[in-house]
Design a protein around this ligand. Structure first.
Ligand code: APR
Length: 239
């Protein structure tokens, strides 16, 4: 790797697991205790907004009790010394990457794209305006944009909705010389398809860092399996 190359990093729930946040598809994961169609689809929200708000209120509240771990910090540390470009694409809606970057001045170009939204933001369904939010949300809340009650929803990309930043992500994948996928099962598209696209294009070196082989593990050139807090700092440590 040259210090001018573009590193694209894709992260999933596994990178935050050791901070104390549940992943989705583990045996005791979020999708075990909750039905996806009830809490992570626009139809589920229309049917029972209170149940959906409660699910995200619980997860938003949890953020106060967790901190970035050594894997988030290893990426932030790399951003502090890499003269090239780092594009961090995360499917996570926690704010741990953002918090790990606090106090770090990127040496080169750095961008973070939370493609599935954020627990710390809400969106007004009437105006589409997005605002910062860090407390519980309910149907009783009034939005600041149109002063309507009950229009606010978590700014989370649900199944059947379009992820954020797809244009920026597509352009970053075109520039990638190294692609590192961390802590994702590779089961949700479009993120699951990034490695397949890059494999076909044959320009980037493709690395998987995960607890176990993901659904697309065969597309990677290099694979390391173990806990994110152990393997991510080792992988980026030499760069
Ligand atoms: N270190 C590294 N990897 C881990 C760790 C750990 N400590 N713990 C778990 N993992 C791995 C698991 O082996 C699994 O492959 O992280 C992955 C987590 O997979 P999922 O639970 O499917 O989470 P993710 O891939 O982020 O899900 C993608 O699905 O439900 C939607 O929108 C949601 O963004 C989410 C998307």
């Amino acid at each position: 790797m040259r210090n001018t190359d573009t590193i694209v990093i894709l992260t999933g729930a596994g990178i935050s697991a050791e901070s104390g946040l549940q992943t989705f598809r583990a045996e005791d994961g979020l999708w075990c205790g909750h039905k996806v169609e009830e809490v992570a689809t626009p139809e589920g929200f229309a049917r029972n907004p209170q149940k959906v708000q409660q699910f995200y209120n619980m997860r938003r509240a949890q953020l106060q009790d967790v901190s970035p771990n050594a894997a988030h910090q290893a990426i932030a540390g790399l951003a502090g010394r890499w003269r090239g470009e780092i594009v961090l694409i995360t499917q996570n809606v926690d704010d741990l990457h953002q918090r790990a970057m606090e106090g770090v001045t990127p040496k080169g170009n750095y961008a973070c794209y939370p493609m599935h939204g954020s627990l710390k933001r809400v969106r007004c369904t009437a105006s589409e305006e997005v605002s910062e939010w860090d407390s519980d949300l309910s149907a009783e809340h009034t939005c600041l944009c149109c002063n309507l009650r009950g229009t606010l929803r978590p700014d989370i990309v649900w199944f059947g909705e379009m992820p954020y930043f797809l244009e920026e992500i597509g352009a970053a994948l075109d520039r990638a010389t190294l692609f590192v996928s961390i802590g994702t099962s590779g089961s949700v598209y479009p993120a699951a398809g990034f490695v397949q696209q890059l494999r076909l294009e044959k320009r980037a070196h493709l690395v998987e860092l995960n607890l176990e082989p993901s659904a697309g593990s065969q597309y990677f050139h290099e694979r390391h399996y173990g806990k994110a807090t152990e393997i991510v700092p080792v992988f980026f440590g030499g760069m």
